[in-house]
Design a protein around this ligand. Structure first.
Ligand code: FAD
Length: 519
């Protein structure tokens, strides 16, 4: 009966629109459908089953003799909303194919999730004669999909709850995924994206360390301690960063064969600011002791240098008097001889004094983070700044490139400039007391501005202050060697210090240190 109906449907088809290849016998189609791995059914326009293939029996449990003549609704689990079937029927009865997922019930009553597609079979006049239904059991696929989705949600909540900053970066350091701690950091710092800055710092530290081979298997880098200087002079923050490569397989058809994919970097940064703060405290205390020692030695050096400088004048004068006397009265004249002896003794004493001037210690050259160094100097000067009622406006560039230089020398350079600024403002009559320190990467180097609101340095003095033993300060205690020594240190680093032409108020000192010149 059903076969007859099928035959009728085929016969009512007036034309065969697609030609079959002569080598393919029509029976091949029947075998193909019979042996297909998908549950296939053909119905009449009411959904009554006319044909089912063996795969249909395997999936539903209904043999062809049980299914034929029944409506497809034998598979209905009666759980899908009515509107679902209404829209299905609306489409197919208008000659349009339909596809979707629904819950089916097997002959034994067990349920399964089916992915079903229904194609109307139309005649040349566009009338729907039959429906071709194809479906497969996707219960397992769905279970796996849910498993993946649940795992993803689980991983996301674990990553989000982790008390460390986590960000997934693409090859251009763009953040493609981040966690709650990352967003908090971003809000705290008021920065666009902290991740690229952390990566710049990590790369700088890797570059400096390239010889030491600290690469740890599985990680691109591990426990790299880097520092972020937030804008607005906020306290620096420290992070211990680790990074590993994550590969994502591309979902494209080409990628299936070629194994294409995208590489990401998983950045995990643990904040260690409080730990570092303790270490920093101890370090600054040690630094203070070293600097005090160096200060003592350098003031001894300067005092001796000044003493020899001052003694040289009168001695030279005496030497020329000896010469004059010898010419006038002869070299054997007792007065000339006595004076010559005195000059010789004086010069010997002067030489001895010179030999007592402590020599400069040779300092090894190493990587210097100027922000860190400037922060050290400010920390060392905290007591004096507070005592003088000076407010500090510290504006570091968030990430400065690393400089190669002599850290202690550079520290004394900036200390001399900051000491000068404090002294200039710590005078009666100077009401506004603000010290501004700015660091910026500029012109292949690093520029540091140290500006005060003191009386300033008049134009004629702006070059002279760099001459040794020149001082603009009245009264004793000033040798005038601070700026010349600072200038010498800058020059040893291939840079220079200049006093910017008269500003509205105070003094603005600019230090420029190139990145690529070793002292
Ligand atoms: P029914 O009362 O049979 O139908 C629900 C609603 O569907 C009706 O209110 C009506 O709006 C609409 N409807 C039903 N029959 C027609 C019709 N002949 N013309 C226009 N509208 C109609 N259902 C499954 O649950 N699982 C399957 O795997 C499945 N495979 C199918 C394969 C094919 C080729 C076709 C044509 C239909 C298939 N169906 C399948 C749909 C099935 O025929 C039923 O419509 C459905 O199972 C709902 O049955 P029911 O007894 O719950 O409700």
């Amino acid at each position: 009966m059903a076969n007859e109906q099928l035959r009728t449907a085929a016969e009512s088809e007036p034309q065969v629109t697609e030609k079959l290849s002569p080598s393919i016998h029509p029976q091949v189609f029947q075998h193909t459908v019979n042996q297909a791995d998908m549950a296939i059914s053909i119905t009449d326009v009411r959904g009554n089953i006319l044909y089912v293939n063996p795969a249909f029996t395997r999936v539903t449990g209904y043999g062809s003799d049980e299914a034929i003549g029944k409506n497809q609704s034998i598979l209905s689990n009666q759980s899908m909303p009515r509107a679902f079937y209404q829209s299905l029927w609306k489409r197919i009865s208008h000659g349009e194919p339909w596809g979707g997922r629904l819950v089916n019930r097997r002959k034994d009553g067990s349920k399964y999730l089916a992915e079903l597609s229904i194609s109307p079979v139309v005649n040349g006049a566009g009338e729907v004669l039959n429906y071709l239904g194809m479906h497969r059991d996707i219960t397992e696929v769905q279970r796996l999909e849910y498993q993946v989705r649940n795992q993803k949600a689980l991983i996301e909540s674990v990553v989000d709850a982790a008390p460390v900053v986590i960000a997934l970066l693409d090859i251009d350091d763009r953040v493609v995924l981040d966690n709650h701690a990352y967003k908090m950091l971003q809000a705290d710092l008021g920065m666009a994206e902290p991740a690229p800055m952390l990566m710049t710092a990590v790369r700088a530290s890797l570059e400096l360390d390239s010889g030491r081979g600290r690469r740890t298997s599985g990680y691109l880098f591990l426990d790299r301690e880097v520092r972020l200087d937030p804008p607005g002079g906020k306290q620096p923050r420290w992070f211990s960063c680790s990074g590993s490569r994550v590969r994502e397989d591309a979902g494209t058809a080409e990628a299936f064969l070629a194994g294409q994919g995208r590489d990401y970097l998983l950045l995990v940064a643990k904040e260690i600011t409080s730990l570092r703060a303790q270490q920093e405290k101890a370090r600054v205390a040690a630094l203070r002791a070293v600097m005090a020692d160096e200060d003592r030695v350098s003031s001894l050096r300067e005092s001796l240098a000044a003493a020899t400088f001052r003694l040289e004048g009168p001695l030279n004068m005496m030497a020329s008097v000896v010469g004059m006397l010898a010419r006038r009265k002869g070299e054997t004249d007792p007065m000339s001889v006595a004076l010559a002896d005195a000059v010789t003794a004086g010069q010997k004493a002067l030489d001895e004094l010179r030999s007592m001037i402590p020599g400069e210690t040779r300092e090894p050259i190493g990587p210097v983070n100027l922000n860190e160094l400037l922060r050290d100097v400010l920390d060392l000067s905290t007591g004096r700044l507070l005592a003088a009622g000076i407010t500090v406006n510290w504006k570091p560039q968030a990430m400065l490139p690393t400089l190669k230089g002599a850290p202690n020398k550079l520290r004394s350079l900036f200390k001399a400039l900051i000491d000068n600024a404090i002294e200039a403002m710590n005078t009666r009559g100077c009401r506004e007391r603000e010290l501004t320190v700015v660091s910026k990467a500029r012109l292949g180097g690093i520029e540091v501005i140290i500006a005060d609101t003191g009386p300033g340095i008049v134009g004629t003095q702006q070059l002279k202050v760099f001459e040794p033993f020149h001082t603009t300060k009245r009264g004793g205690g000033h040798l005038g060697t601070g700026l010349p020594s600072a200038q010498q240190v800058a020059a040893e680093h291939g840079g220079f210090i200049e006093i910017e032409p008269a500003t509205a108020r105070g003094c603005r000192v600019r230090v420029l240190l190139p990145l690529d010149r070793r002292p």
